[in-house]
Design a protein around this ligand. Structure first.
Ligand code: OXD
Length: 310
């Protein structure tokens, strides 16, 4: 069966093809743009595909994204109607994202940056951490990633709060939802973690108004998408000291331009979109399974609801 593989930005045919073939030697993988006869393509495995390129395959039965976020696919103005889209849900990726969040929560909580600066100046200053039990860590987005991070950070003794689009009742997390719930949620967060999907409703959710709703001296950690943040608003809040620090793994354009103020801002930590990734050895089995199911007309795993945006 012919499968189109079309990658850009950090995923490569030569890394994925051996793993896909090992799992199903009958797969006839066609590396974009050498896909042969368009009518032979029955499945597409993509990461940041070229817009307009997926609507030329009359027998396409599934579009499999090799990552978790599908906003790039859904923004294709010529996306073929009716072809199901799947995304990755992977325990290694989920665990890696939680590691990243724990790392930065603890770093801020234990005042590591100040400690390192003190050492450089040979200063011995006792820096007490706040009480974790009364420090609220808030998570925007209570999906696969948000829930795992909430459970693991909560296990360290922090008070957890979470915000989602629709109402969720969860043990160990004070939950808020919808537009009305956003401000009361933000009001309590010493640290705000963003793990939302990027959709028209969540774009620019971290803006002047929502940053102002965070307590003085709060921190922002974004592992989701650059489009969630209004950069000028975050820089202004950092400059004023209202936001004490931001750790950003994602940006609207990656890498950010050389003159992007984030690079040199003393309160900003940039990481190169490496909080969590999908690796062929972990993720190829669910892609191959979905291709098999799509061809047989069976129910797919991790299907994206187009109208919801994830
Ligand atoms: C993803 C990502 O969406 O790595 O999987 O950003």
């Amino acid at each position: 069966m012919a499968v189109l593989v079309q990658f850009s930005d950090g995923h490569f045919f030569d890394d994925w093809a051996p793993m896909l073939r090992a799992l199903d030697p009958t797969l006839d993988l066609r590396n974009w743009p050498d896909f042969g006869k368009a009518e032979e393509i029955e499945a597409a495995v993509v990461w940041r595909h070229v817009y307009g390129s997926l609507n030329q395959f009359p027998n396409l039965k599934v579009i499999c994204n090799v990552g978790a976020g599908v906003e790039h696919i859904l923004a294709d103005p010529e996306l073929p109607d009716g072809v199901p889209i799947t995304r990755v849900i992977d325990p290694r990726m989920t665990g890696a994202m939680s590691e990243y969040m724990i790392l930065h929560v603890l770093r801020y909580h234990r005042r590591l940056d100040e400690t390192v600066r003190n050492q450089a100046a040979k200063v011995w200053e006792y820096l007490a951490p706040d009480n974790a039990a009364t420090t609220t860590i808030g998570i925007l987005g209570l999906g696969e990633l948000g829930l795992d991070a909430a459970a693991k950070i909560g296990a360290l003794g922090f008070r957890m709060a979470g915000w989602s689009r629709t109402k969720k009742t969860l043990p160990g997390i004070e939950t808020f939802h919808g537009t009305a719930g956003l401000k009361p949620f933000l009001n309590q967060c010493k640290m705000l973690i963003c793990l939302l999907p990027l959709t028209p409703e969540t774009a620019s959710i971290i803006n002047a108004e929502t940053l102002a709703a965070l307590p003085q001296g709060a921190y922002v950690i974004n592992g989701a998408r650059g489009g969630h943040v209004v950069d000028a608003d975050l820089i202004a809040a950092l400059d004023s000291g209202h936001i004490a620090g931001a750790t950003l793994d994602v940006f609207p354009i990656e890498p950010p331009a050389q003159d992007d103020p984030y690079w040199t801002h003393p309160r900003v930590t940039i990481t190169p979109h490496n909080a969590a990734d999908s690796f062929p050895e972990d993720v190829a089995p669910q892609l191959v399974e979905n291709i098999r199911r799509a061809v047989l007309g069976e129910e797919l795993l991790n299907v994206v609801m187009r109208d919801r945006g994830y």
